[in-house]
Design a protein around this ligand. Structure first.
Ligand code: FE
Ligand code: FE
Ligand code: ZN
Length: 258
């Protein structure tokens, strides 16, 4: 995947740690990861980002589902150490009627169970659109989860532009004030990565439907402001737009041209 990122003009990539719908992961081939480490070094890569499966729900009401989240995340984080000093992103989860407070408690509990002192990976909570009972659509919720985690220095945030816009944060017209709010509630130093996606739906619609860069409700001007913003411009960015490889290549070119 490192080679493919290079071919598309990128210097980082996001990957699923296993089938995004869940299931067992292949054991890691150390020669393979060592080759990737060298490729990354030789080509000035930023940190790469692993994404946990979508089925992982740390704040499910069902104990088996929570146990799956614990087993999966523990195993993923163990395997991430083959690629030291990178990042692991997950969706905080859906509280499915148990309430936001209970959800926050379960998510922070999981993090306290899976993180360890000497790990080299930074674990990122992704900002969510607020579809259904999703936690993480308000900066206050993410800030409260971090408050309750003991090893706070292992934790960061990944802003998904489609999700925050869907959650009601107007990064199109008020990027500056959204970042100020983020800083006040979470602390801007926790922001470690961005998912760059346009949104098929208007501000605050809680739908989570990604669109190609510049073809949705966020629009190209906003992306220009985002990737050139002094606080954001050095963050690793990842595309999750509905695209073919050639489309990604064009988007990377366009974003880099700014
Ligand atoms: Fe995600
Ligand atoms: Fe995302
Ligand atoms: Zn999404």
């Amino acid at each position: 995947m490192g080679k493919q990122a290079l071919e598309l003009g990128g210097n980082t990539f996001q990957f699923f740690t296993r089938n995004p719908r869940g299931g067992k992961a292949k054991e890691i081939d150390k020669e393979d990861t060592d080759r990737l480490i060298i490729l990354m070094k030789n080509n000035n890569f930023a940190e790469i980002l692993a994404h946990a499966p979508y089925t992982l729900n740390p704040c499910s009401a069902d104990e088996k589902t929570r146990e799956f989240a614990f087993q999966t995340m523990s195993d993923d984080l163990r395997r991430m150490e083959y690629l030291p000093n990178n990042m692991y992103n997950f969706h905080p989860g859906s509280h499915v009627g148990q309430g936001v407070e209970k959800g926050i408690e379960l998510i922070s509990q999981l993090l306290n169970d899976v993180l360890w002192e000497d790990m080299s990976t930074t674990v990122l909570l992704e900002t969510m659109a607020g579809k259904g009972s999703e936690i993480g659509c308000k900066f206050e919720q993410l800030g409260e989860i971090i408050n309750r985690v003991e090893l706070k220095n292992k934790i960061g945030i990944c802003i998904d532009t489609c999700h925050v816009f869907d959650a009601g944060y107007d990064i199109k017209n008020n990027l500056e004030s959204v970042l100020e709010e983020f800083d006040r509630i979470i602390g801007i130093e926790r922001l470690k990565a961005m998912h760059l996606n346009d949104s098929k739906n208007p501000l605050g619609s809680h739908k989570d439907r990604h669109e190609k860069i510049g073809e949705g409700c966020i629009g190209i001007e906003a992306f220009k402001n985002i990737v050139t913003h002094p606080v954001l411009k050095n963050l690793p960015c990842f595309l999750e737009t509905p695209n073919e490889l050639s489309g990604y290549k064009k988007e990377i070119e366009l974003l880099k041209s700014f």
